[in-house]
Design a protein around this ligand. Structure first.
Ligand SMILES: Nc1ccn([C@@H]2O[C@H](COP(=O)(O)OP(=O)(O)OP(=O)(O)O)[C@@H](O)[C@H]2O)c(=O)n1
Ligand SMILES: C[C@](O)(CO)[C@H](O)COP(=O)(O)O
Length: 377
């Protein structure tokens, strides 16, 4: 199943005011369109995102997103997007207003789930206020029974909604109206009060409050991995995870060759997307010859701290036949705790053999893999 998101962003945003159309104005630190794009681009069930923009606005679109020129009405913009996606093997499409920048994964998931059993699905909120008719004065009341406020994304089987739009030239309230005109059944899914459409000037502040509130509550968690190998040479001990372990050979390297600590250090750099040990401590630089590896690990932890992250936990696996790691694992965890400032219970050191296969099986060297989790503090 291939699922696409089609974000319509070719409107002029006249009701919202401002120097630029509303989708390019900044809310909570990013343009409205960037928030909307991020909600779909990071969603694990969305394979492709296409943004429909006004021909004058192509340079304003967020980096990396495919764009296509829109039309004079919302329906024409949707049609242009659907035509651009035709023939690409798309099974499901979610059509979404760029102006609904606060859409969340739960709303998207509910629509996608409903599309497993229905040709169309869209989020709605039951009307809870009483409904009046009138202008200056109330001239009557209307029943709210069975009335919903329509939201997006409105999702459809791709071929069905493309055919429906081709058969429905001209304006339409939304894609549900186009679909229903073609006989497509549309299931109502759970909408969200936060899924507002930025329409009037005051809506920017409402959207900012929602998005900023989420930034405060959603933790920024980063995961990194590291891998390292050092070969054996002559010697009487190895340095592993900060511990001197007696052995009949030594690991060779530019530094003290602590393969475990190097993998952990690289995992932290990886979580920060800041390269690896070689970038921060070039092997060609004589000042690092024979260096103790805790220097590298302390540097990575400090770098994380400087960028507002705390190391939450570390997991390291050493791959070797000998020396046996089990008897030393607790001491290694404590040594790493002393270097990183973490409690030992957040550090795991374990080992495996490679069943005498490969270079570790032949005892030519030791390999290590590590994972580190960083949390924004
Ligand atoms: N020709 C158009 C008109 C609207 N839209 C998109 O359709 C969505 C819903 O429209 P609306 O909120 O009415 O946006 P605007 O048309 O930009 O606003 P206004 O009516 O205030 O000018 C928006 O994401 C808008 O960018 C579009 O892609 N092409
Ligand atoms: C599609 C829509 O978001 C459903 O609520 C809405 O109809 C589009 O915005 P407009 O203000 O009606 O153009």
């Amino acid at each position: 199943m291939t699922t696409a998101a089609l974000i319509v962003a070719a409107g002029r945003g006249t009701r919202a005011g401002g120097d630029l159309p509303k989708q390019w104005q900044v809310v909570a630190g990013r343009p409205v369109a960037a928030w909307t794009l991020a909600a779909f681009a990071r969603h694990p069930r969305i394979d492709h995102v296409l943004m429909v923009v006004h021909p004058d606005d192509r340079a304003l679109a967020p980096d990396g997103v495919e764009t296509v020129a829109g039309g004079a009405t919302r329906a024409a913009s949707v049609r242009a997007g659907l035509e651009a996606l035709a023939g690409r093997g798309i099974d499901k499409v979610l059509i979404h207003d760029v102006a609904r920048a606060c859409v969340d994964a739960g709303v998207i998931d509910a629509v996608l789930d409903a599309l497993d059993t229905s040709e169309g699905a869209a989020p709605g909120l039951a009307v809870t206020d009483a409904l009046w008719r009138g202008a200056d004065h109330v001239t009557g009341t209307e029943s709210r029974d069975g009335l919903y406020r329509a939201q997006t994304p409105q999702g459809f089987r791709f071929d069905a909604i493309l055919a429906a739009h081709r058969a429905h030239p001209g304006e339409a309230a939304d894609d549900v109206a186009v679909a229903r005109a073609a006989g497509i059944g549309v299931m109502i899914t759970r909408g969200s009060e936060d899924n507002i459409k930025i329409t009037q000037p005051g809506d920017f502040a409402r959207a900012a409050a929602i998005l900023e509130g989420r930034q405060m509550t959603a933790p920024d968690i980063r995961l990194g991995n590291g891998y390292d190998v050092h070969r054996f040479g002559p010697g009487d001990h190895v340095m592993l995870c900060g511990l001197r372990v007696p052995h009949d050979r030594a690991l060779q390297g530019h530094s003290d060759a602590d393969v475990g600590m190097h993998a952990i250090t690289d995992a932290i750099y990886g979580a920060l997307a800041m390269g690896d040990i070689g970038r921060h401590f070039p092997p060609g630089d004589p000042q690092w010859k024979g260096a103790e590896s805790h220097i590298f690990l302390r540097h990575a932890v400090e770098l994380a701290r400087d960028r507002g992250f705390a190391v939450s936990n570390i997991d390291c696996t050493l791959i070797c036949e000998r020396p046996k790691i089990g008897p030393h694992a607790d001491a290694m965890q404590q040594a790493l705790a002393d270097i990183t400032g973490l409690e030992a219970g957040r550090i795991s050191v374990k080992a495996t053999t490679s069943e005498r296969l490969g270079f570790t099986g032949r005892e030519e060297g030791i390999a290590a893999i590590a994972t580190a989790t960083l949390v924004k503090t």
